[in-house]
Ligand binder design. Sequence first.
Ligand code: IPE
Ligand code: IPE
Ligand code: MG
Length: 238
Amino acid sequence: MSDSLEIPKHIAIIMDGNGRWAQQRHMPRKLGHYRGAARVRSLIEYCTRVGVECVTLFAFSTENWQRPAEEVDALMALFIEYLDKELPAMLENRVRFKAIGALDRFSPEVRDRIRRAEQQSASNDGLFLNVAVNYGGRWDILHAVQSWQAAHPNAALSELSQDVLSEYLSTAGQPELDLLIRTGGESRISNFLIWQAAYAELYFTDILWPDFDEAALQAAFDWFSARDRRFGKVKASI
Ligand code: IPE
Ligand code: IPE
Ligand code: MG
């Protein structure tokens, strides 16, 4: 990788295509999810190596509850298994783990495990890893407004600004989203980080998530590096 590459500070990934990956191989969809989860660790390590500060992964959307119960159950079991299995590596790599989403939908036991992983990694000084579970961008915005209101019961809504609202989103205190990647061939955001993606570069690839390797991530970074991010101005780079 050349030195002149612009590395995004915050990347988000819609890890799509697990089901099709499995179906193409006449395997149950669940297996695609397992193969997809197995991709994550090396990509996180790659991000740490090249200097990405924050990675947000879409693991389960507020809409994914509408899938067959068997698949939902498998995804939940996988998430817990992933947490248990990956926590030691995360701690070793100094990753700061956070689950983002409406966690109240989960059992107290699952919430407890999430909190423990967050607490154990909270004092790390490495990459921020947000795993979005039962996450929706619309939920995030509404939840931020409600949280702000709860913290300021006597304030008028007109006092709420964009900067203040950002401090109540799931990504509060983290760098602005620079690059949003979606694997699996679809060109949509599917209710992911809709507020945060306002000025993100959007990268869509046909690669199915279980096949998305370091070379594929590097290709996305190369593409990002070639963008001229004008932010509404006339020219960002000369
Ligand atoms: C993404 O893969 C993982 C989740 C949504 C949980 P999919 O399961 O959506 O895979 P496809 O899109 O059906 O191939
Ligand atoms: C988005 O993928 C959600 C995750 C990757 C977790 P979906 O497969 O659920 O999105 P749609 O249904 O194609 O929009
Ligand atoms: Mg999908």
